[in-house]
Design a protein. Structure first.
Length: 140
């Protein structure tokens, strides 16, 4: 990403283009500190998971972990551009605070459980809310 401040100036410099024409391509990339593109073992195609725009992107993998992301130039939605959520959201995967096992609340306390139990509770509560309050009762 060069010297551009991707937080203070998330969209970069303007890219003029013809009215009603396609955006020009600009492939944004952000890798973990000390990682270069040569260090990336593989790029895994995906779409943004942090918002509903469907921005196409590739996840950089090295040493069995996510080490960065890049936009996909041929995508018709974002044409290689990535916003702050896409550029930096992946870093949460390595957070020490990240949950790795499901927790459920029992008698006011969070306790570990298995995935089937946790998902069954999510489904049951979602059905209860939908039945009682309708579709506006659930938001993400």
């Amino acid at each position: 990403m060069g010297s551009r401040d991707a937080i203070g100036d998330p969209w970069g410099s303007r890219s003029p283009f013809a009215r009603r024409g396609p955006w020009p391509t600009r492939v944004d990339i952000h890798l973990a500190e000390g990682v270069t593109e040569a260090d990336v073992e593989r790029w895994v195609p995906t779409a943004s998971l942090l918002h509903s725009n469907g921005d196409a992107m590739d996840i950089a993998v090295a040493g069995g972990r996510i080490v960065g992301v890049r936009g996909r130039a041929e995508d018709r939605v974002n044409r290689g551009r990535l916003g702050p959520k896409d550029l930096f959201g992946w870093q949460a995967n390595a957070s020490a605070d990240r949950l790795t096992r499901p927790l459920v609340r029992r008698k006011g306390r969070l306790v570990e459980t298995d995935w089937d139990t946790a998902m069954s509770r999510v489904v049951a509560e979602s059905k209860r809310l939908l039945g009682e309050w309708g579709p506006s009762s659930i938001g993400f």
